[in-house]
Write a protein that binds this ligand. Structure first.
Ligand SMILES: [Zn+2]
Length: 296
């Protein structure tokens, strides 16, 4: 069998255009996030599901537009953040990446417990310069249900979503994927029934499907095979952060003279990007140069 396994996003329609679907394979990018943030299994599952969800939602954005999802829960993770765009780029972090919890009664990583109760917030920064945030209460903390609830209450789009991350015993990500089906205006009752039937008929979780499929085509076929579907777009997906040493320097300069004097006392500084955990080191000489700019 051909082996063509890398992260991708496919977008299409199904049942004579009555619904839009998006499927993302995110195994590699969730594994990269896990390695960067050294997340525990339950934190990997929460972050991986949210990053996958952000990519699914962001698939309908345009150009440079960006979308941020924040899980503002009171559970031990202390909040999870993911930012995605329509190019398939995503980044994210968990406030408390080392949290460990017992498995839930189904023997699965207890993401709901780890997230807790709170808000599901989606912010969009659109190309016309507009930014807006919409917040709905978390309904389950398992993230897929929360995404569906958000789409229905905030954007009036009936949808179905699956998000899954399978973590190995050695903490590595074996598979991660997501599916979003959104009904388009005028979708028939028969269309809704067919989609429900198809999803009910899946014999494996979506993360297991990602593990066992040898290509994106196979993942999509397994998820949507019983529905007549068309593929309209395919694009690569990956972990991508927008930080750089120049951006961090600009942040330091913006502290101004007073803020900077504290940093100078230590004769060196190390700044860490929340989103990708990249460490940026500044020695005394660099700090003095930046300080001169901050004074201006
Ligand atoms: Zn970064």
């Amino acid at each position: 069998m051909p082996n063509d396994r890398h992260d991708e996003i496919w977008v299409g329609t199904l049942l004579q255009g009555e619904a839009r679907w998006v499927v993302a394979r995110t195994t590699d990018l969730v594994e990269e996030a896990r390695k960067r943030h050294q997340t525990s299994p339950v934190a990997t599952a929460a972050l991986g599901r949210l990053m996958t969800g952000a990519l699914l939602l962001a698939s309908s954005l345009k150009g440079e537009e960006e979308l941020t999802i924040r899980l503002l829960g009171d559970g031990p993770l202390g909040g999870v953040v993911a930012v995605g765009n329509a190019q398939g780029e995503v980044r994210g972090y968990v406030h408390e990446p080392f949290v460990e919890l017992p498995l839930n009664e189904k023997g699965k990583l207890d993401v709901a417990q780890a997230v807790g109760q709170g808000e599901f917030a989606v912010s969009k920064s659109l190309k016309n310069g507009e930014n807006y945030t919409s917040m709905v209460p978390l309904v389950s903390g398992e993230i897929a249900e929360d995404l569906v609830h958000y789409l229905l209450t905030s954007e009036q789009i009936p949808s179905a979503a699956l998000l899954g991350v399978l973590v190995e015993r050695d903490f590595q990500v074996a598979g991660a994927a997501g599916l979003l089906i959104q009904l388009l205006p005028g979708a028939s009752e028969a269309c809704i029934e067919k989609i429900e039937e198809q999803l009910k008929g899946l014999t494996q979780g979506i993360s297991k499907i990602a593990v066992e499929s040898s290509s994106m085509e196979e993942i999509v076929q397994t998820l949507l095979g019983g529905l007549s579907y068309q593929v309209l777009e395919k694009r690569p997906a990956g972990f991508h952060c927008t930080c750089s040493k120049e951006r961090i320097e600009a942040t330091l300069i913006s502290l101004g003279q007073e803020g900077f004097e504290e940093i100078l006392e230590d004769q060196q500084a190390e700044l860490i990007c929340h989103f990708c955990n990249e460490h940026y080191h500044f020695d005394e000489k660099e700090l003095i140069e930046l300080y001169e700019q901050a004074k201006k």
